[in-house]
Structures are given as C-alpha cells and as structure tokens.
Write a protein that binds this ligand. Sequence first.
Ligand SMILES: Nc1ncnc2c1ncn2[C@@H]1O[C@H](COP(=O)(O)OP(=O)(O)OP(=O)(O)O)[C@@H](O)[C@H]1O
Length: 254
Amino acid sequence: MLAIRGLVKRYGRSPVPAVDGLDLEVGAGEIFGFLGPNGAGKTTTIKVVVGILRPDAGQVTIDGRPAVPSTPEVRRLIGYVPDTPELWPRLRGSEYLAFLADVYQIPPEERMDRAWPLVEALELVDAIDSLISSYSHGMRQKLALVGALMVRPHLLVLDEPLVGLDPRSSYVVKELLREHTRRGGTVFFSTHILDVAERLCDRVGIIHKGRLVASGTLDEMRALHARGHETLEAIFLEVTRASLTVPEGSDGRR
Ligand SMILES: Nc1ncnc2c1ncn2[C@@H]1O[C@H](COP(=O)(O)OP(=O)(O)OP(=O)(O)O)[C@@H](O)[C@H]1O
C-alpha cells in the first residue's frame, strides 16, 4: 500500500542527504512505527510521502499510484497529522472540519456521522465551537486527527502523534489507529516513544543518518539484532550506537 524505493532527499547544497536511499514497504492493515534518533530523517521522509517535499531521487507509491509529484487523486488517499499542526487559528474547530469536508467533498448528510464520534472520543465537544487560537497543542493535534480520519484515507501518516497528549487521549488515539487498520487502512507514524512502538506496531523501522538500519516485526528485529537484548530500546541503542558514542576528550578529559 505504501512503498518507498531508493528515496533520497537533500536540503539545499548540503553534502549529506537527510534521507539517503530509503527503501520500505507498509502493507494494508498494518501499523508501522518509524523510529530514529533526532535528525535521522523521519520528518523529511514523511513530508515526501505526503507530498510536501519533492525527493531528489526515488519513488513513493500509495496503492500502486505514484505519490510524486503529488496529485489531488493521491492526496485523497492520505490523512496527515504533522508534529505541530498549523491549523487556521481564526477558524473555530467546527469551521475547520466543515472546510475539510468541503475540500474532500464529503456529502453533507455524512459529515456529522463521520466527525462527531471522533470529536466525542477525543473530548473536543466543549471546544469544537471555540477559535482554534484558544486550543492547546494537544487539542490542535486531536482536531487535526479528527480531520485526517474524517476524510477516511487509506493511508494515515502521523508525525509524533502522541507527544503532548494526556494519557486518556493517548489511549484513545492508539485505539483509533488500531480501528483504522482493522478496516483495512494503513498507519505510518514516527515516534520516539519506544514502548508505544513496541506495543502498538505490527512492524517498525529504524532510520539512522537517512538510512534504514533495521526493520521488521519485533520478533524479527530481536532475531537479527538483539544479541540477547529483549526490548526495542536495546535494539534501538544497538543499531544507532554510532550516534551515541561520546567522542574521546569531549568531556574535557582524556
Ligand atoms: N528545512 C530544512 N533545511 C535544512 N536542513 C533540514 C531541514 N529540515 C531538516 N533538515 C535536516 O535534515 C536532517 C533530517 O531532519 P528530520 O527533521 O527529517 O529528522 P527527524 O528524524 O524527523 O528528527 P527529530 O526526531 O529530531 O524530529 C537533519 O540533519 C536536519 O537538520
């Protein structure tokens, strides 16, 4: 459903690509967790997948359709929640959802049925007629998720969806992601929260310096990389070890 082949993305004239020959596939009905240290290339990959950035090389397909260049047809297949949703602050939550429903041509008689259960589940009922400028970061994330799910995408792409959410909201979001895949949808999300990835994802991939350094189910990752380690955290530390090495003398001593 999502296939990334040989993806390369470089910013400006930087000699080091942010994403450097990335290959991965995520199937229908799968939750895929995209992990990696800060600056590894997760957000860059996500922005290419959703059509915000153009790659320098490689292909991305969604349901077999090229995602680059991004077309309205392929964008309809994608629901996207960025790490810091830039929603229009002068709109009310309800106006934002109505706007999305117009853009995605959701039939008027379906709009409430699609949006309201999500608004209720994410406890936005009291805020939905307030201006988005009054929303907290977590409320903006939840509203963006309502919008992304309301359009019933095939592929849901989320950049750090659980950061800043309270425990109940975090639980509900995880349930909504599971529900999305039970209906045959696909979830591709980045996270730093390894125990969430461990419990929620069917498969994970670890990107390091723009390259995929490990991927698979947790059992596959253990078999390949664990050397007796059991947790995803241990595997993460193992495969990204180079970035954790403290240069000799960097603490002022030798
Ligand atoms: N707009 C930009 N201009 C120049 N370089 C950028 C830009 N955005 C990201 N980069 C660089 O590209 C590399 C990958 O960044 P990216 O944001 O994709 O990483 P990430 O894995 O999402 O990191 P984090 O976990 O910290 O969010 C980093 O070296 C970063 O400095």
